[in-house]
Design a binder for this molecule. Structure first.
Ligand code: ADP
Ligand code: MG
Length: 226
């Protein structure tokens, strides 16, 4: 067995707002194998985004550890964490978070430029990935010139362009009409053959059914669905 991509070891997260403290996650355990695709479901406010942010190194657990390819994210310096995020991880959010002043090719190629690749090669790989997600006819369109579903496909291309080990998606179809959501779901399904592990947070049962495992957050606990 190859090394797990991501591990949560007894992860708890308490938000402390002075007079009030909220215990959002309690002793969450998770082991994500290479190329494994999982769904995390749970009611609004159950801590799905909190957990995803911990997995992406955007936040640290109150207690416990999050390991990415065996490395404790909380122990990495800022530079190492940025490099790990750039090379190993991809993110897709509910709102696309594309840069409005850049076109699709530039948005997708940006992580590669930041990672040190030359412009020509970055655009070449961006174009290839945009083709992969069915967006080769919109390379030079800016986000405002794209539909919601198209923006989300560009965001998925951006997350995948660096061949990450793990892609974290936070309600990737949550902001889309049912038709566009269906198309994005088909795309995620089709991308299932990629070697990246996927963690898809959703309350759409249709997405969850396409994953290898479904886990549910409830009362701060993460439980596997039978
Ligand atoms: P979900 O993504 O499942 O809807 P979240 O992870 O966003 O849930 O939030 C879980 C709970 O933690 C909610 O009750 C929310 O209000 C609370 N919460 C989230 N972020 C913060 C924060 N920065 N400070 C205090 N409470 C927070
Ligand atoms: Mg959320």
């Amino acid at each position: 067995m190859s090394e797990p991509v991501l591990q949560c070891e007894s992860v708890s997260r308490i938000y402390d707002d002075g007079d009030r403290s909220v215990n959002v996650l309690e002793n969450v355990e998770l082991c994500l194998a290479a190329a494994e695709k999982i769904a995390i479901i749970g009611a609004s406010g159950s801590g799905k985004s909190t957990l995803l942010n911990l997995m992406g190194g955007l936040d640290n657990p109150t207690t416990g550890r999050v390991l990415m390819l065996g490395q404790d994210l909380a122990l990495l310096g800022e530079g190492d964490l940025c490099r790990l995020r750039n090379r190993r991880l991809g993110f897709v959010y509910q709102f696309h978070h594309l840069l409005p002043e850049f076109d699709a090719r530039e948005n997708v190629g940006m992580p590669l430029l930041i990672g040190g690749l030359g412009r020509g090669e970055a655009w070449r790989r961006a174009d290839a990935m945009l083709d992969r997600v069915g967006m080769s006819h919109r390379l030079l369109h800016r986000p405002a010139q794209l539909s919601g579903g198209e923006r989300q496909r560009v965001a998925i291309a951006r997350a995948l362009v660096g061949s990450p080990d793990c892609v974290l998606m936070d309600e990737p179809t949550g902001n889309l009409d049912p038709h566009s959501a269906g198309q994005v779901l088909d795309l995620i399904d089709e991308l299932g053959e990629l070697s990246a592990a996927f963690v898809v947070v959703t309350h759409d049962p249709a997405i969850a059914e396409h994953m290898h495992r479904i886990l549910e957050l409830q009362g701060g606990r993460l439980e596997q669905r039978p």
